[in-house]
Design a protein around this ligand. Structure first.
Ligand SMILES: Cc1cc2nc3c(=O)[nH]c(=O)nc-3n(C[C@H](O)[C@H](O)[C@H](O)COP(=O)(O)OP(=O)(O)OC[C@H]3O[C@@H](n4cnc5c(N)ncnc54)[C@H](O)[C@@H]3O)c2cc1C
Length: 491
């Protein structure tokens, strides 16, 4: 049995590829699925255009995986299309390289007239010089994680959440098991191999089996705007930099991102300065963006691998790396997979599973590129129809169907508390529903945690109307619901 450490897209991708080859797998996730970077990304299924000049291998992989994911997970992909638009002077030579790069990576590109681009993308900078349509799409991350969970479990993957790996045990220089900690205590799980798919925490997890892998972490800020102000993905046609992509997502759009080196795998708090900086960059493409209503800011941490003398087993791109530690003279049966993108998670799973099955002396080939991820059957256990979250139109029945899930999964699976009011009007109703139907203790703690988490993202963008709304939110929580809220800063 193989243990995969980390329940983000990489870990679930590895588990999915392994189980399809008949290898028993257990995924161990310290928190909830998608609680790391996989739940904090930009939502873009790359066409490959972004990497056409800087990383041709990655560009080609993105193009291929873009096609694969549309085929195997159509419900998690929204085919909105994308545009690369040039708004800067002096990028002609980059543009030439970009066109050549897309051609050699086989990325379909169609030039559209400036008038067409402006008509299709309301609010686009009228100074746009050229525009190219590509096959960018929206990747619904939480939906795809859920598809991987449902299909994996159906085929026999065991998924343990809120379970932290604390130790990797060995016998004669080979992996023999892991120790995990849950709220109920410590226990041991025997296994033949471990795959470290812990994203930004991969360096820490590698230390559990005595390896030192050096991560090159960087955080990226994103701003979410209320209303779908842009119908398609829009990329700034210039060397990749900060604030150069806008992605429509559900009823919102997301502007991103930045790249700030950091040491800690935990995402830092977004700051007002960085939010203002990012928005000013977005205005190069959409000058009126500063008048769009911002919902919140959030930060993700890129799990890139620095190297540190470790020779990768598979270096199909500079962007992702698979290491067989046993082959490096380290622990037999220990593997790490680092870096990459959401768009290429399946390929990362395939390449990692290739080396794991070889270690296990098996020869079954990967079939994940051709196996459709079937959606879960609709549950419809409950028929109550009153609306709990007005912003995202989440009904009582939808939440009742998720009753056994942790509170945070209600948010990521139904989208409740994600809309304009950010849970102000619905969170207490959801909690009272939970307390009414389950014997879960600590409902008020859940409410407080949700409010804190939502507030973290709202505070950095609390300017103008947003600041007034934050004051209203806090007044409602504090006075109407008698919740304790620190509001000194609003005085
Ligand atoms: C700002 C930003 C924007 C991005 N935008 C895009 C985009 O638009 N398109 C795209 O394709 N890619 C994008 N990416 C890249 C993509 O999001 C990441 O490459 C991907 O999500 C990494 O997933 P992962 O599974 O490797 O890591 P994670 O999702 O972080 O998963 C690692 C998991 O390991 C768990 N873990 C850690 N330690 C332990 C332990 N001891 N025991 C058990 N579990 C443990 C963590 O809790 C975590 O859930 C973006 C990245 C960033 C930072």
């Amino acid at each position: 049995m193989v243990v995969v450490i980390g329940g983000g897209c990489t870990g679930l991708g590895v588990a999915w590829d392994l189980i399809l080859r008949g290898v028993p797998v257990t995924v161990v996730e310290a928190r909830e699925l998608g609680s790391g970077t996989s739940g904090r990304f930009h939502g873009l299924l790359h066409s490959g255009g972004r990497y056409a000049v800087t990383d041709p291998v990655s560009a080609k992989q993105c193009r291929q995986e873009n096609e694969v994911l549309r085929r195997i997970a159509p419900s998690a992909v929204e085919s909105v299309g994308g545009y690369f638009v040039s708004v800067d002077d002096g990028v002609e030579s980059y543009m030439r390289d970009w066109i050549a790069g897309t051609q050699s990576a086989g990325i379909p590109v169609t030039e559209v007239s400036v008038e067409t681009a402006i008509r299709r993308l309301p609010g686009l900078n009228p100074r746009v010089q050229r525009a190219f349509a590509v096959a960018d799409a929206v990747l619904k991350g939480f939906e795809l994680l859920d598809l991987l969970r449902v299909n994996g479990e159906r085929r026999g993957v065991t998924i343990l959440t809120e379970t932290r790996v604390t130790q990797v045990q060995t016998v004669n220089g080979q992996v023999s098991g892991i120790s995990v900690r849950t709220k109920d205590g410590e226990r041991r799980i025997p296994c033949d191999a471990v795959v470290n798919a812990a994203g930004p925490w991969a360096g820490q997890v590698a230390q559990l089996f005595g390896e030192r892998v050096q991560m090159e972490l960087s955080s990226g800020l994103m701003l979410i705007y209320s209303n779908r102000m842009v119908p398609s993905v829009v990329n700034r046609l210039a060397p990749p930099g900060d604030g150069d992509i806008v992605v429509p997502h559900g009823r919102t759009v997301i502007l991103g991102t930045t790249e700030v080196p950091q040491v800690d795998p935990e995402p830092p708090e977004p700051t007002r300065e960085s939010a203002e900086y990012l928005q000013s960059l977005g205005q190069a493409m959409f000058p009126e963006m500063n008048r769009w209503r911002i919902l919140r800011a959030f930060v993700g941490v890129r799990p890139l691998f620095e190297g540190n003398g470790v020779v990768p087993q598979s270096r199909v791109s500079r962007d992702f790396t698979v290491v067989d530690h046993g082959r490096q003279g380290g622990l037999q049966g220990a593997f790490s997979v680092m870096g990459g993108k959401w768009t290429t998670f399946r390929l990362m799973g395939e390449r990692t599973a290739d080396v794991v099955v070889e270690y296990l002396h098996q020869s079954s080939p990967s079939i994940s590129a051709h196996t459709v991820l079937e959606p879960d059957a609709p549950r419809e256990k409950h028929s109550a129809s009153s609306t709990i979250c007005e912003c995202e139109r989440v009904s009582e029945a939808q939440l009742l169907d998720q009753m056994a899930e942790p509170f945070d999964n209600w948010r990521t699976r139904t989208w409740f508390a994600m809309g304009p009011c950010q849970g102000t009007m619905c969170a207490h109703r959801a909690v009272s529903l939970r307390m009414q139907y389950t014997d879960v203790e600590g409902g008020l703690d859940e409410l407080t945690n949700l409010r804190r988490e939502r507030e973290r993202g709202v505070r950095p963008v609390a300017w103008g109307t947003n600041a007034r709304e934050l004051a209203l939110t806090e007044a409602l929580s504090c006075q109407t619901l008698a919740e304790g809220v620190a509001h000194d800063h609003l005085r």
